[in-house]
Every structure is written in C-alpha cells, then in structure tokens.
Design a protein around this ligand. Structure first.
Ligand code: CO
Ligand code: ZN
Length: 335
C-alpha cells in the first residue's frame, strides 16, 4: 500500500484544483466499484452495492492546503496568500510547486538583522515573498500569473513504521478509502465512497455531496493531531501507532454517539486497536454531513499525524493498515 500512498501524496492538488488527484483516484478504483460519478463541485462519488437496503457513506477530502499568487513586483518577486490553514512559519524556507510547473522558494523581508529578527517574532503573509527565479515582472507573469495556486513541493519518504510527506492531510485517507474499495468484497450496506473537494477552505464539497444519497451513517476519515512529541498538547493523550482514533468531538462537530458506539463495536468484534479522540481544535467533513438535507448521523475516524499542515506530515503505517481494517469491518458488519 506504500506505493499507492506515495502516488497520492506527491500529487499537487490544492483546494479548488482537485482535477489531478481525482483523475489518479478514478484510475485506481474504476474497476472495483458499481457506480462512479463526479458532481458539479468536483466531488468524486463511488458506490459498492450491498444487500441490506441501508446506506453507509465514507469520506476523505482530496484537496490539500496551499497558497495563491496575489501580486508580482517589478523585480519579479511574488506575494501570496493562504489557501486553508497555512502558517508562514511553515512556509519559510520551503519550496512551492505552482500549478503552472514553476517552482518557488519562500523567504522573508528585513533590511537589517535586527529588523529581520523583529519580523520573525510575528511572521505574517505581509512580510514573506516567493522567488521563482524570474528577473522581471514580465517574466514572473509568464511563469506564475496572479491567481496561480501552489502547494508544498515535498517528496514521500518511507521511514519504516513512520511515513512522511506533504498532504498526508488528507491523501492518507484517500489511500485508505482506495484500499478499502479494493479489498471490500461483500458489503452489508450500499457503501458510498466520497472523495470530497475543498475541505481546507470551509468543508465545501462535503456539505453538498450527500444531498442525493442521504445515507444512514456518514464517517469522515481525516488526520488528527499527533500529540505524542516532546512537550506537545498535554490535554490530549492519543498517539501514533496505537490505532486509528474514533473522534468524540472537535471544534467543528460533536460526533453522533450512535456512530461512535458502532465504530467501537465493530473494532471490538474484529480485535482492531482504536483510541478515543477529543480534539481541542480543528474540524472535518463530518460537520458538512451532519447538516446536509434533513441531517445525517455523522462521525470521524482519524489517523494520528504529527506536524499537520507542514511540508512534513508524519503518520504510522500500522495505523493506516488498521484504519483500512476498521472501515472494512464497518462496511461488512453494517451500520
Ligand atoms: Co487539513
Ligand atoms: Zn484534513
């Protein structure tokens, strides 16, 4: 499954520019599903037929955080804004790959060491710029005109148990859903796999994806924090390598208690390690499903991930495999 993960995480597809990642996923799943369609927003919706007459929806968002070109100066340096939650501290020193193919380096202003130091204390988008190697405004406008989207340019590395790349958020869940589609032979319910657009800019795709499906249960699969590093979030105790987490709540939604208890039941039936998660920030596509149509019982299964929204997001491969097992268990045991 590591090959599949590498393929999906290395594709550059920020929010609103999901064509490349969607094409890659379609190529992977097309021979394994009973239905496949793309809606007006660009959500990819696949279905595997069951027998019970009930419907389960499993979701992963396809988009990743990124940046957009807002201004180009006379010397050909770019100014940018964020797409989703991007920290200027994470951007500084990193490489950006733009949709045009141009590559940029992120640096910061400062007319003296002292001024540079002051700027670093409160780094914001007003004080960073991107160098794409252009020597004039005209040249830069050809390489990356205003409105061009970009993402971190960072490769997949296999550290053994741990895997690192940009956009584990949420391509790791895309890979998990693809693998589940391939391995799932006899689902109890009709299982809808939604690969949603534009989660990072406000849960956009998920808010409409389920409108004509209206499933009995929706589970968003996403990354969560990895609060097991030195002096990390002391109010959260889950960790990498101890299994996927069943989310109780975050800042976006309170999981349906029926979804939480069903996930725990099927985990216990199949002896799959799971952890409970109360995330003290953030949100997932579960919020979009809860408030779709007449309302949907929704929850989230997460893969603990260190350094979320950085160019180097780290997951544990055992958690990835156990998340596939958990989703298969839910699909086979039924909602
Ligand atoms: Co995210
Ligand atoms: Zn995410």
């Amino acid at each position: 499954m590591k090959e599949l993960i590498k393929k999906l995480v290395e594709i550059s597809s920020p929010s609103g520019r999901e064509d490349a990642i969607r094409e890659a996923i379609v190529e992977e799943v097309r021979d394994y599903v009973d239905e496949l369609k793309v809606d007006a927003l660009g959500n990819l919706i696949c279905m595997k037929k069951g027998k019970s007459g009930k419907k389960l929806l499993l979701d992963a968002h396809m988009d990743e955080i990124g940046v957009v070109v807002t201004h180009i100066d006379e010397k050909g340096f770019l100014r940018i804004d964020m797409l989703g939650g991007v920290s200027p501290y994470m951007l500084l020193g990193s490489r950006i790959i733009f949709e045009s193919g141009a590559c940029g380096i992120v640096s910061t202003e400062g007319e003296s060491a002292r001024e540079a130091g002051e700027i670093m204390k409160n780094l914001d988008f007003d004080h960073i710029f991107v160098d794409i190697g252009a020597s004039s405004k005209e040249e830069a406008e050809k390489l990356a005109p205003i409105g061009t989207f970009g993402t971190y340019d960072s490769k997949f590395r296999d550290l053994g148990e741990k895997l690192v790349s940009k956009s584990m958020d949420d391509r790791i869940a895309c890979a998990i859903l693809v693998q589940t589609i391939k391995e799932l032979k006899e689902p109890a319910d009709d299982v809808y796999f939604v690969f949603a657009v534009q989660e990072e800019v406000g849960i956009v795709g998920a808010s409409v994806a389920a409108f004509d499906i209206m499933p009995d249960m929706a589970v968003a699969v996403d990354v969560t924090a990895g609060p097991d590093t030195p002096k990390s979030f002391k109010r959260m105790g889950f960790k990498l390598g101890a299994g996927p987490t069943i989310k109780i709540k975050d800042r976006g939604s309170v999981s349906s208690s029926r979804v939480v208890s069903r996930l725990k039941e099927v985990a216990d039936i199949r002896s799959i390690p799971v952890q409970y998660e109360v995330l003290i920030f953030g949100g997932t596509d579960a919020r979009g499903y809860q408030i779709t149509g007449k309302g949907i019982a929704a929850g989230t299964v997460s893969v603990p991930t260190r350094y979320v929204h950085s160019p180097n997001e780290v997951v544990d491969y055992n958690d990835v495999l156990n998340t596939v097992r958990l989703l298969k268990a839910l699909a086979e045991e039924g909602v």
